[in-house]
Design a protein around this ligand. Structure first.
Ligand SMILES: [Zn+2]
Length: 863
């Protein structure tokens, strides 16, 4: 994996080095030395006298990678200092970048998701339980969990920004869910199991727990209950959750108890939250009607960890679900990426409550494997589509799977480790995944979503309105709803500034409090202004730790205009110990040029390629800004990118521009050898890049993130054809597909080849449709060849049409071309209609779809 290397501190993970190299850090850096950086200085709000660039700390401006040499035999020791989150009510975000997004997510996304869950029957399942019915479950078995996750996320948004209508909607759902749960004496709630396989609860009696998701659904109930209580003080859901948790704690264990673990991790951290509610609010033992014991709840979380890899009395869920061996024997991060990140994040959460558990060492060992060898430059994880899992070390294909849920899971994992070990390296990775892989998960409009967010994708891989497994939007809302709580954190020793987001907060330091007011140009600029005031009379010096981002190669820091020559650096933070006076102001100025990033040579997919990053933002290149010839482009070895105005159709971003070369089509009459061949077959162009998070917001378009630096890695450019130069239109095209697919010269390997762009008339079925082209100039044609898109082998919605024929426009009227042959509809090949030579400029395919079926086209050729 690739990381922009800064020189912020000495306690980084070690770099991979060649066997013969010396171990001096400078040599390692030279070994990975990359392009010089282009400086991009934006007018600083700081007066010039305040500027002091800490060159001594950042002597080399090179970009390279952080890779672990190997995992240590023993895990890291857990810190004595633990951090605590700042409650959401004590932080308010007011930020040019984040506030408009959070408004859209709260007003559009949350309601859009609830509407679609209602439409798909997720809440109807609870009504069926309340009515005592059986059968008729709608949606996936984990639908209960997903709507409970929605409730958690929505409640966090409401803690920051109350909204009576949304609160009423959630209160209604909570009332319904509590009623459904109370149909069972133990408040067991997993509607699929209850409606469809009631005798297979927890996967017993031949049930399939991995499919049923009973424990996962329970975990989602626990975390929703905690967050709902924190938001409203209402104990309805809490009481239900505790009743179920108590039942599970009494029932589960090694035989003769019932051996059950979550086949999908999540309940581990959820139980920690449930126990925290009880610890924070001892008065609940008097007001709730049930047994309240925080230790019992936490012990259940630990039991779920300890039972991993111990299969007495149950089936193994294998490496897929981190269940092949006991937890302490797990050496590398394997299996389903969402499960893995939630499990090890859960371990960190338990370790914070119980330092003696030893779980921090396991969680940190897996984290170093993940961030050192198995994570993308966007912070995304889960390279392999099959089983949605981690690949081997350095197996990071650019079309890798990268589910949004995996990115969110990684985000929680980074945060939980940081709470136990206050090292900025965890927040560096949180920032990476937040600004790139997570943020790409929802469209700018707030109502279109991504399941997968690979670095390279064809135009056919686009956002969807909804999904049969809509797991990603709830996970996205859980993390973004809690975002205000991640900007700062607090401890007995110091207040921490982790993220650069315009905000106001009250943060505890020991027994005192600091009022913080942050203004910033982040993420497009590196200026930060922090007003720091103590709450009340404070004569003691208090420590304020401000993160220096890992990507940062140089920065200035000042207090009240006085530059700090050599700030104390502690584990990635500039540590400011001071007796703060009202109105004190800390200013930071991070250099933020566009940086050229290279990957470790062991990442074969990125050999000979570079990507670009500015501050925390990774950039990608979309065809819509660079024509569909992007895949024929490459950069010169010395290419540097500069910031630029955003392209049209996209708001609130800054783009980059970089000079490049584009491979020209080889003409048929090209001689075999010649002078200056490279010069003849390339042209100079300029590529426009946008932040990765903003991809796929302007209709179907392909993208690349790692650009080739050699012509050898580009695709072979094809010569323009009559079809490729024409302008194509259609009676209809599905929003996720593109008409541009029919003449993009990307050839299919089969009629159900879903790896390339396609055009379809979906969701029209059985209708009469057309697809037409206006040629660049009148041309004499003899045939039209069509490669049909057909999904019969994958049992989906498109088939070859019933019939098709070719028309041309004569004097403004469409007429069938005379003497044409019948239109064939064979699979896996071009289907040709021939006719006598005819000069045409406007040509139309008239297509009659089969009854109840739609149709589509992968490519068309005109001769
Ligand atoms: Zn998902």
């Amino acid at each position: 994996m690739a990381i922009v290397r800064g020189h912020r501190r000495h306690d980084r993970v070690p770099l991979l080095r060649p066997k013969s190299a010396s171990h001096r850090p400078d040599d390692q850096r030279r070994w990975r030395f990359r392009h010089a950086l282009v400086m991009c200085r934006i007018a600083s709000p700081l007066p010039p006298t305040n500027r002091f660039l800490i060159r001594s700390m950042n002597p080399v401006r090179s970009i390279t990678l952080a890779i672990l040499v190997s995992l240590p035999l023993f895990g890291s020791a857990q810190d004595a200092t633990t951090l605590h989150p700042v409650p959401l009510e004590q932080v308010s975000i007011n930020d040019a970048f984040w506030s408009p997004k959070r408004t859209i997510w709260q007003n559009v996304t949350i309601n859009d998701c609830f509407d679609k869950f209602e439409r798909d029957g997720a809440f109807e399942n609870f009504d069926r339980l309340i009515a005592g019915q059986t059968g008729g479950h709608r949606g996936a078995p984990w639908f209960d969990g997903l709507v409970l996750e929605m409730i958690r996320g929505a409640n966090d948004f409401l803690r920051s920004n109350p909204d009576a209508a949304l609160q009423a909607r959630i209160d209604g759902y909570v009332t319904q869910i509590c009623k459904a749960a109370k149909q069972d004496p133990n408040c067991f709630l997993s509607s699929y199991t209850q409606l469809e396989v009631p005798d297979q609860r927890w996967g017993r009696n031949g049930g399939k727990l991995r499919f049923q998701h009973d424990v996962y659904n329970a975990g989602c109930l626990f975390e929703a209950a905690a967050h709902y209580y924190w938001a409203t003080g209402n104990t309805n859901l809490l009481e239900v959750a505790l009743r179920l948790a108590n039942h599970m704690a009494e029932t589960f264990g090694l035989p003769p108890k019932v051996n059950v673990i979550p086949a999908h991790a999540l309940p581990e951290e959820a139980l920690v939250k449930l126990s925290q509610v009880l610890t924070q609010h001892p008065e609940l033992s008097k007001t709730l009607s049930i047994d309240v014991d925080a230790n019992k709840i936490l012990d259940l979380a630990k039991l779920f960890v300890e039972l991993r890899g111990k299969h007495d009395g149950r089936e193994s869920f294998g490496q897929y679900a981190q269940d092949d061996v006991p937890i302490r024997d797990q050496k590398t991060i394997e299996g389903h990426a969402v499960r893995a990140t939630l499990l090890y994040g859960g371990l960190a959460a338990i370790a914070k409550e119980d330092p003696q558990s030893g779980y921090f060492a396991v969680a940190d060992r897996m984290w170093r494997n993940m961030t050192g060898q198995r994570m993308y430059v966007t912070g995304g994880v889960g390279a392999i589509a099959d089983d949605e899992k981690f690949g081997a070390d350095y197996e990071l294909p650019n079309d890798g799977y990268l589910e949004t849920c995996g990115a969110v899971g990684a985000g929680f994992y980074h945060l939980n480790l940081h709470q136990v070990s206050p090292d900025a390296k965890y927040i560096d990775q949180f920032e990476r995944v937040l600004y790139n892989a997570v943020l790409s998960g929802v469209s700018q409009s707030g109502d279109r979503y991504l399941y997968e967010s690979p670095l390279t994708a064809p135009a056919s891989k686009q956002r969807w309105d909804w999904h049969a497994c809509p797991c990603c939007p709830p996970m996205f809302l859980k993390l973004t709803g809690a975002l205000p709580g991640y900007v700062y954190c607090q401890s007995d020793d110091a207040a921490y500034v982790n993220l650069f987001i315009g905000s106001e907060a009250t943060v505890r330091v020991g027994e005192h409090q600091l009022q913080l007011r942050q203004q910033t140009t982040y993420p497009f600029g590196g200026q930060v202004r922090l007003q720091v005031s103590p709450v009340g009379e404070v004569s003691d010096p208090l420590k304020l730790n401000v993160r220096i981002p890992e990507w940062c190669q140089g920065f200035k820091i000042a207090i009240n205009g006085n530059a700090i020559d050599q700030p104390t650096l502690e584990r990635g933070y500039a540590s400011l110990l001071r007796t703060w006076k009202p109105g004190d102001e800390v200013t930071l100025d991070f250099e933020m040029p566009v940086q050229t990033v290279s990957a470790n040579p062991q990442v074969k997919a990125d050999l000979g390629r570079v990507s670009f990053q500015k501050g925390p933002l990774v950039y990608c290149f979309e065809e819509i800004d660079n024509t569909d010839r992007l895949r024929f482009s490459y950069l010169s070895e010395t290419a540097t990118a500069v910031p630029s105005e955003p392209p049209s159709g996209i708001v609130g971003i800054e783009s980059i521009r970089v000079k490049a070369k584009q491979r020209l089509p080889v003409k048929d009459d090209e001689s075999l050898y010649g002078q200056d061949v490279i010069g003849d077959i390339t042209e100079d162009i300029e590529l426009v890049g946008i932040p990765f998070f903003a991809h796929s917001n302007r209709g179907p378009t392909g993208r690349q993130t790692w650009m080739p630096t050699t012509i050898l890695l580009t695709e072979e450019a094809k010569a323009e054809t009559i079809a490729s130069q024409g302008t194509w239109t259609a009676s209809h095209c599905w929003t996720g597909d593109t008409i541009a697919a029919v003449n993009d010269q990307v050839m299919a390997e089969a009629s159900d080849d879903d790896s390339i762009p396609r055009f379809t008339w979906w969701d029209h079925r059985g209708t009469s449709e057309w697809l037409q082209v206006e040629l660049a100039k009148p041309s004499e044609l003899r045939s039209v060849e069509v490669y049909w898109w057909d999904e019969r082998r994958v049992n989906r919605h498109c088939r070859v049409p019933a019939t098709w024929r070719v028309l041309h426009q004569v004097d403004g009227t469409w007429k069938p071309i005379a003497g044409q042959s019948e239109g064939p509809v064979e699979l896996d090949q071009f289907n040709k209609i021939s006719f006598p030579p005819t000069t045409v400029q406007k040509l139309r395919l008239e297509v009659q779809l089969q009854p109840n079926w739609s149709a589509g086209i992968l490519e068309i050729q005109l001769h």
